[in-house]
Ligand binder design. Structure first.
Ligand code: ATP
Ligand code: MG
Length: 563
């Protein structure tokens, strides 16, 4: 994965790492980590962090660990642990033998806490959670010392051991670092290190009754793994003094450097596991891998490629300032990738029956269709053609408006890879007046590629079609943005109120060409003139199901042009 080699200027993180390597810091070694908490599925924001951490490691011939920050047993689950590993691999990255869990360090973390108590740098507090909040002060007011802050080292040790041994109920005590209740940085006002929590952990079971906080466990986990550059999002900037305080006050083998970058914000969606979980739990979507979700599992199901997502992350870049990225850019990236790679096929989403009156009843001929004009090596296939075909309802207008060049009574169009046809009659449902069938004639001399004068005849439109006798039935799911607002939940609004009620349209009775009979789950195609589509996991041998990944219309090109 070339990143720094192909871009002219390095991002600020790679610039910093380059300087560290040049100066021989950490012996010139580069070690990063991607540290998800297994409390949900990964989303496109995580992809940015994955590409950065694994990408930088690759660029500097270093290593990148996958570490589960599994310090909160209440919200975590093996389902998430497994999905996260699948998603990182799918995105194209590998941690080799460096898979770690913060829970592997529970004993060491505990032992370090004992050292801090012995050094007079941590104490057991018995205030309630609410009292602790009150004592903490505010941004403008300093905090106050807890009445338990000056407990003796011996008493603290006894209480902490008692917490470990299960002597006290949940919430009776916490362990806090003894730093400075008057610090202007609230994170330094004696932050909590341990809480008593009787919860079964997905890896350590009921072995532990007290659990470390993220702020306490994270720097030590980094240090134990020999991480050199600990990359995290900007909201942890104010936690950095605590990160450094813990490492400076503990006999850890190594002192990593925390560096913050701006998180990815994407318009028309939400990137927070808490909110994504709500969408799933309240059934606003069909699950974490619903194709409308910004999760990697959802994007994959929808037909996004890992290449497109990596390209997107590279274009977004890494900066120190928050910004909002347009969803159209992500769509542009996948469209561009699929344009190069996806095989073209013909599919009709809203079928309108067309009878070619002068075509023999029992004849079938095979027309040569190119698989991908962008890829000469992709070759061609034969598409069956016969007397009755389907075209899309949108490609016929009984009363064509100005500039409508497709089929209408008396008008001619070319069938893609086939013949020029002329509409000679319209059959309507007598009850509803709806057009149910077209009668047309075809001109056998106009067959595509025959190079006859008739073939060279210019008509104003080419439309796609499928042969009725040979077509396969399919369900096609059309997706629109999950939210109608660029920033869902902006202000005091509940983000749920911004859900787009029309984000999913399911079309039954679609007709696709027979070459798709054996299309495997996940296979991606361009349905000519319609967009890119991927075979959904719900597809079975007798039931084809496609997701529309993205339409052919490129909004990003327009946006980019304007700016
Ligand atoms: P969320 O807000 O979605 O719950 P999180 O930060 O709590 O995200 P973690 O599992 O802790 O989720 O994230 C793992 C890593 O991914 C962290 O280093 C975090 O900084 C990074 N990350 C999370 N969201 C984004 C984002 N939107 N853009 C870039 N990096 C992100
Ligand atoms: Mg987190």
């Amino acid at each position: 994965m070339s990143t720094s080699e192909t871009t002219e200027s390095l991002d600020f993180i790679r610039t910093l790492i380059t300087e560290d390597v040049r100066a021989g810091k950490h012996g010139g070694r580069v070690a990063t980590r991607f540290p998800p908490e297994p409390n949900g599925y990964l989303h496109i924001g995580h992809a940015k962090s994955i590409c950065l951490n694994f990408g930088a490691a690759t660029d500097f011939r270093g290593t990148c660990n996958l570490r589960f920050d599994d310090t909160n047993p209440v919200k975590e689950d093996v389902e998430y642990v497994e999905s996260i590993q699948d998603d990182v691999h799918w995105l194209g990255f590998d941690w080799q033998d460096r898979l770690f869990y913060a829970s592997d360090y529970f004993q060491k973390l505990y032992d370090y806490a004992v050292l801090l108590i012995q050094a007079g740098k941590a104490y057991v507090d018995s205030l309630t959670a609410e009292e602790i909040r009150e004592y903490r002060g505010t941004l403008t007011e300093p905090g106050r010392n807890s009445p338990h802050r000056d407990r003796s080292i011996a008493e603290n040790l006894e209480l902490f051991e008692g917490m470990h041994a299960g002597k006290y109920p949940d919430g009776a005590h916490v362990l806090r670092a003894k730093i400075d209740m008057a610090s202007p940085n609230i994170n330094m006002r004696d932050p909590t290190m341990y809480r008593i929590r009787r919860a079964t952990h997905h890896r350590t079971g009921d072995q532990w009754l007290l659990y470390p906080t993220y702020d306490y466990a994270h720097p030590i986990s980094d240090a134990l793994e020999g991480i050199t550059h600990s990359l995290c999002t900007l909201e942890f900037e104010d936690h950095r003094p605590l990160y450094d305080w813990l490492l400076a006050n503990l006999p850890v083998p190594h002192h990593p450097q925390q560096i913050e970058f701006a998180r990815l914000n994407l318009s028309f969606t939400v990137l927070s596991k808490r909110r994504l979980l709500r969408l799933v739990e309240e059934s606003h979507v069909r699950g974490w891998d619903d194709s409308r979700m910004p999760t990697l599992a959802g994007l994959r199901r929808r037909g996004f490629t890992p290449e497109a997502i990596r390209d997107f992350c590279e274009r977004v870049g890494v900066a120190k300032k928050e910004s909002m990225i347009d969803m159209a850019l992500l769509e542009h990236c996948v469209r561009e990738d699929l344009n190069r790679r996806a095989a073209r096929v013909m599919a009709v989403l809203k079928p309108l029956k067309v009878v070619l009156e002068n075509y023999p009843e029992d004849k079938t001929e095979y027309l040569e269709a190119r698989n991908n004009p962008e890829d000469a090596a992709s070759g061609s296939r034969l598409v069956p053609f016969s007397r009755v075909i389907y075209i899309d309802q949108d490609d016929f207008r009984e009363d064509p408006p100005k500039k409508y060049f497709r089929l209408s009574p008396g008008r001619e169009v070319r069938l893609r890879y086939g013949f020029i046809i002329k509409c000679t009659g319209v059959i309507k449902d007598p009850a509803t007046g709806e057009v149910v069938e077209l009668r047309c004639t075809y001109d056998e001399r106009t067959r595509s590629g025959s190079e006859t004068p008739e073939d060279r005849k210019r008509v104003q439109a080419t439309i796609h079609w499928v042969s009725a006798a040979h077509a396969l039935d399919a369900e096609v799911r059309l997706y629109d943005r999950l939210f109608v607002s660029e920033r869902p939940g902006e202000g005091d609004r509940d983000f749920i109120e911004d859900i787009n009620p029309n984000s999913l349209e399911v079309l039954g009775g679609c007709k696709v060409e027979p070459s798709l009979a054996t299309a495997p789950t996940g296979a991606r195609y361009q349905f000519e003139r319609l967009g890119y589509f991927a075979v959904d996991a719900d597809a079975q041998s007798e039931r084809l199901v496609f997701n529309r990944t993205v339409t052919l219309r490129d909004q990003w090109a327009k946006i980019a042009q304007k700016s």
